[in-house]
Write a protein that binds this ligand. Structure first.
Ligand SMILES: Nc1ncnc2c1ncn2[C@@H]1O[C@H](COP(=O)(O)OP(=O)(O)OP(=O)(O)O)[C@@H](O)[C@H]1O
Length: 662
């Protein structure tokens, strides 16, 4: 019942269409009964005698003609009413579907990273398609049939009762049995439909993952495993759908059986009534009764169908409600959000910040000051919390304890829109859209203010959503591409900035994708630019170009560069080393080398590897080069193994690692 109540606002938007549609159904149902009345008059006329003369029928040919015309007019009127009703109700249900989809999509856009960390894309897609269709079916054909059944029953029973209460009682005796069985089956249908929809979501998720990761699947030649897993899931869906059909299917047979029995009884009792009622119950009346009851057969059979449709629709609506009910943990809170904050310089301060995922503490008591305009480098072993630290700055989530401030304001009071205008992030795994390179770079820079799409309002009479094409400023986009070290690549493409990227930009190399994402962040001219391991896929020459570009960009803004390579970080104003969620070292490149800790070791290792490459290039004799290569690679492997072990155990092993390196 609660779920129905929550649908009400949508129904209300189209109440005129629904109400007029339902009235038309009632009219059509009443008119549909008229032909049996005319048939009764004809039959009684034919079986009766005029003026006491048994040789003359009680009806003239002209009268019969009028009755026939009446039947035609009734049929045409009922048809026209039904047609118009369909237009109203079915269109209203389509409009409601549009409105629900629009509102849920807008709501989903407002949800945050923690929600999407847990959500499955396939499940979301299934809810917005399969479940929404089930709801639309309930609101369209479902509602129509409910009114059809109810009004059909009321009008037919009224007519049948006026013809013979005895026969009507026989029909009425069957109805409670039907209702009892239907209620039981409806409950089963509801549960089984939900189970089937859940499996549908899992399958959609699996397919989505598989298509997105097609290259990985092929690369690892695990197609057979994927096919077999998909088969198992598909089989489970089949089982659940069969279980649903098992309760859906018997409904019709059961109804047909009951109706058949009822007709047999009526024939027996009706025949006796005609013979014994001395003309009070005529053959014509009996035919009208049977015809009217016959009209009820379809609505009665539809009870089964409609029960299933409604139960499926309600179960699906509950699944859609779950999307509506999902709340972002990170959001603007009236009363807390300070709407007077419009612009920020980007001075960042972490005060005793910790971050937990469940019982795991991934950041521990971080105290850090990043003055506006600083070029900050962050490094540390994998999993040490670098990305999480960056995500706290964009408020992808809030810290479990402690506070992050920007320009002295707790991030939680800064309006999210302002914060997101101020901070631009180049994520570890950039996502590119199936659009041109120019649009992918200009993404997020709106040239024109788009009108707000209102939710919770009817689509009827709403102004059409204008299709405003993105018009990126070509100079700005070009400059961003240059700063990201991407310009030469783009100029090498036949279509330049108009190059269309395939779904997720598959036509670009890894490094080009990273640089497109960097250009996308730079073009927004943010006060704070965060690059999360964004130079990992480029060679040293390209890295140098990008770093030059970043130095140009960094004038007057804060740049936070998360990286594993010392060559990337060495020119940063300050470098922070994170280990197991703690800041263990901070200072300039030279200061950190002096400290002789994790950073210094990283530098030695990477220098060793780079020396090795240079020596390999220099050695002319391939065999000697190969021997030397093997020996040095062995040394680096040992050193790396020892370093990993040391990071996981005790810092005192630093000395040992240095000895190995020497
Ligand atoms: N949404 C999440 N739920 C649970 N744990 C998470 C989540 N995000 C990150 N973590 C955990 O937090 C820890 C820090 O992750 P983070 O991504 O910040 O590491 P990182 O230092 O950036 O590593 P890398 O250098 O490999 O990118 C990891 O142990 C990771 O498993």
């Amino acid at each position: 019942m609660d779920s129905l109540r929550s649908l009400w606002p949508y129904l209300k938007m189209h109440q005129r269409q629904y109400i007029i549609g339902m009235v038309l159904v009632i009219f059509a149902n009443s008119i549909n009964l008229l032909p049996f009345y005319f048939i009764r008059l004809v039959i009684d006329g034919l079986t009766g005698a005029r003026d006491g003369d048994p040789g003359t029928p009680g009806i003239t040919l002209a009268q019969a003609g009028w009755y026939a015309l009446g039947i035609v007019v009734a049929a045409v009127a009922a048809g026209v009413f039904m047609l118009y009703m369909r237009r109203l109700i079915v269109v209203a249900s389509r409009q409601t579907e549009y409105e629900i989809r629009r509102d849920i999509f807008a709501h989903l856009q407002g949800l945050d990273k923690p929600y999407y960390d847990r959500a499955s894309t396939g499940d979301l897609m299934n809810r917005l398609t399969g479940d929404l269709s089930a709801v639309r079916e309930t609101l369209g054909f479902g509602l129509w049939q409910i009114v059809n059944i109810v009004s059909g029953f009321l009008t037919s029973f009224a007519v049948m009762f006026s013809l013979s209460w005895q026969l009507t009682l026989i029909v009425l005796a069957v109805v409670p049995i039907i209702v009892g069985v239907l209620t039981y089956l409806a409950r089963l249908i509801n549960v089984r439909h939900r189970l089937a929809q859940e499996q549908n979501s899992k399958i959609a998720g699996k397919a989505q993952e598989n298509f997105s990761g097609a290259r990985v699947v092929k690369g690892y030649a695990i197609e057979d495993r994927e096919i077999s897993e998909y088969k198992a899931m598909n089989l489970e869906l089949l089982k659940r759908n069969i279980a649903l059909t098992k309760v859906d299917g018997p409904l019709r047979s059961f109804m047909s059986l009951l109706l058949g029995l009822a007709f047999a009884l009526i024939l027996l009792v009706g025949g006796r009534l005609i013979l014994n009622s001395n003309g009070a119950f005529t053959v014509g009346m009996f035919v009208q009764f049977v015809g009217t009851l016959e009209r009820l057969t379809f609505p009665m059979l539809m009870i089964g169908w409609i029960t299933g449709v409604t139960q499926r629709g309600l179960a699906s609506w509950l699944r859609l409600r779950e999307l509506y009910d999902a709340r972002a943990q990170v959001q603007d809170v009236p009363g807390r959000t300070d709407t007077s904050i419009r612009a920020l310089d980007g001075d960042l301060r972490f005060r005793n910040v910790s971050m937990n995922y469940g019982t795991r503490e991934v950041l521990k008591n971080i105290d850090l000051h990043v003055p506006a305009g600083t070029f900050l480098g962050i490094t540390g072993p994998t999993g040490s919390g670098k990305t999480v630290l960056g995500q706290l700055i964009t408020r992808s989530m809030d810290p479990s304890s402690g506070v992050v401030r920007m320009d002295g304001h707790d991030l939680r009071v800064i309006p999210l829109r302002v914060l997101h205008d101020v901070v631009a992030v180049v994520p570890q795994e950039p996502f590119l859209f199936g659009d041109t390179l120019a649009n992918n770079i200009a993404f997020g820079v709106e040239k024109q203010e788009l009108p707000l799409v209102k939710t919770g309002v009817s689509v009827v009479g709403a102004p059409p959503v204008p299709n405003i094409p993105q018009q990126p400023d070509p100079e700005r986009v070009r400059n961003a591409a240059r700063l990201a070290g991407l310009l030469e690549d783009i100029e090498g493409f036949p279509d330049g900035f108009e190059t269309l990227l395939g779904e997720r930009g598959v036509t670009l190399s890894g490094g080009q994708r990273q640089r497109t994402a960097i250009a996308r962040a730079i073009v927004r001219e943010p006060a704070i630019l965060i690059l999360d391991d964004s130079l990992s896929a480029v060679d040293t020459e390209t890295e140098r170009k990008i770093l030059d570009g970043l130095r140009e960009v960094s004038q007057g803004r804060t740049v936070i560069l998360i990286a594993h390579r010392v060559s990337t970080l060495r020119h940063a104003d300050k470098i922070v080393v994170l280990e197991e969620g703690r800041v263990t070292e901070q200072g300039s490149h030279d200061e950190l080398l002096e400290l002789n800790g994790h950073y210094a070791e990283l530098e030695r290792l990477q220098r060793l590897a780079s020396d090795l490459d240079e020596e390999d290039d220099a050695i002319g004799d391939p065999e000697a080069a190969a021997d030397r290569l093997a020996a040095r690679r062995e040394a680096i492997r040992d050193a790396q193994a020892t370093q990993t072990q040391a990071t996981q155990t005790q810092p005192t092993q630093t000395q040992t690692r240095q000895e190995v390196l020497k």
